[in-house]
Ligand binder design. Structure first.
Ligand SMILES: [Ca+2]
Ligand SMILES: [Ca+2]
Ligand SMILES: [Ca+2]
Length: 146
């Protein structure tokens, strides 16, 4: 008995790849804006079609949680650059998952990522754009002392 082999060896493989979910985030490879990195929310701050978690284009993102690990919504996150007395600031807020992001920051500067919300205190963190490696800037809030 003869087994028939497809004339295009890539055809079958591509079909399987598109339908599968390489990074197990619930989004199939063909739909996934970061097929190799888990990002079930598909967040894309600068809407260039590349998800924040794999976007080399000067995106800062992260999650904000309390000490018990619960997401904190509506945290104002200010991303500030100070240069010769000029202050440039971008303000974003966390969503229900505690997620924030800001895209297309100007290269060559250090920014301070400063979350703010009443009742909580946060440490700020510097990030130099472009980041040497794409990673999230996560914060854990502590209850501020009165
Ligand atoms: Ca996926
Ligand atoms: Ca993904
Ligand atoms: Ca993007």
């Amino acid at each position: 008995m003869q087994v028939e082999i497809s004339s295009d060896p890539y055809e079958a493989t591509e079909t399987v790849d598109e339908a599968c979910d390489k990074d197990f985030d619930g989004v199939t490879n063909v739909e996934d804006n970061c097929p190799n990195t888990s990002n079930s929310g598909q967040e894309d701050a600068d809407t260039d079609g590349i998800g924040d978690v794999c976007d080399p284009d000067n995106t800062v993102y992260g999650y904000i949680k309390d000490i018990e690990g619960a997401a904190i919504e509506d945290v104002t996150v200010e991303i500030v650059r100070v240069n010769c007395g000029d202050v440039i600031s971008v303000v974003v807020s966390t969503n229900a998952l505690g997620y924030y992001s800001s895209g297309a920051l100007e290269s060559g500067y250090t920014y301070f990522v400063s979350p703010r919300k009443l009742l909580y205190s946060f440490a700020f963190r510097p990030v130099t754009i472009p980041q040497t490696e794409i990673r999230s800037y996560d914060f854990t809030a502590s209850i501020s002392e009165e």
